[in-house]
Write a protein that binds this ligand. Structure first.
Ligand SMILES: [Zn+2]
Length: 234
């Protein structure tokens, strides 16, 4: 939150999957609106969503499935920011691998098209909150940076998905451009280490965010914030 703005970075899978897919992806019942309410917020309080990329586990929760089966915007007041190149590729995947990666996006994006804002490269969403084009995991993957004099924070999404990925060569098998992921990771982790930024992890079940330092060529944690059991299991 910053002033009157409340900005989400990614939305998780959401509630749109059927029973079979939920089993395949081993995903629990907890979901973002419940977690927001635990913080005293409603989905309608969210003013912007920065979507790192359009894989369904990061953007599925932009919509919510009603009991009737209809999909509606999950955050009715939010402007939704996606890199233009990511949108173009999702709308028009050029080969089978990309088609598989983006097969969910039409269903997810159709209800929220009116709120969608394509951005080109690094973009200030509001003063102090910036979307940063990284590429790597997908061609137009973006990270989010909150710059503040007191304490800055970067969410690298699938560039550093878990605490294990702070090690240079640890990449995800489905990174489109593994070398670019490694370069971007090295760049932002070095900055985080030098400037004492918080970094947060999209896919870690234990550590929500951490500060790191370079200890003789490898990064170690100096401070961590645990994933809240209450939120994670609710
Ligand atoms: Zn991904």
């Amino acid at each position: 939150m910053k002033g009157d703005d409340a900005i989400l970075v990614d939305t998780g899978i959401g509630n749109r999957l059927g029973a079979v897919e939920r089993q395949i992806f081993d995903h629990g019942d907890g979901w973002l609106p419940d977690h927001l309410r635990a913080l005293g917020m409603e989905p309608s309080d969210i003013t912007a969503v920065i979507v790192s990329h359009l894989h369904f586990d990061h953007c599925g929760g932009i919509v919510r499935r009603r009991d009737s089966g209809v999909l509606e915007p999950a955050f009715p007041r939010a402007r939704i920011f996606v890199q233009r190149g990511e949108l173009e590729l999702a709308d028009n995947p050029r080969n089978e691998r990309l088609h598989a990666a983006y097969r969910h996006t039409k269903e997810i994006l159709t209800p929220i098209r009116a709120s969608l804002e394509a951005v080109d490269g690094d973009t200030d969403i509001i003063p102090g909150v910036r979307a940063i084009l990284t590429g790597g995991h997908t061609r137009d993957h973006q990270a989010a940076m909150v710059a503040d004099n007191a304490e800055s924070f970067v969410h690298l999404a699938d560039i550093v998905p878990t605490r294990s990925h702070i090690r240079g060569p640890w990449n995800q098998a489905y990174d489109l451009d593994a070398l670019r992921t490694m370069e971007q990771k090295a760049h932002y982790l070095a900055q985080a280490s030098e400037n004492a930024w918080w970094i947060s992890f999209a896919h870690d079940d234990t550590i929500f965010a951490a500060k790191i330092k370079n200890d003789r060529g490898r990064f170690i944690f100096t401070e961590t914030i645990a994933v809240s059991d209450r939120l994670f299991n609710s």
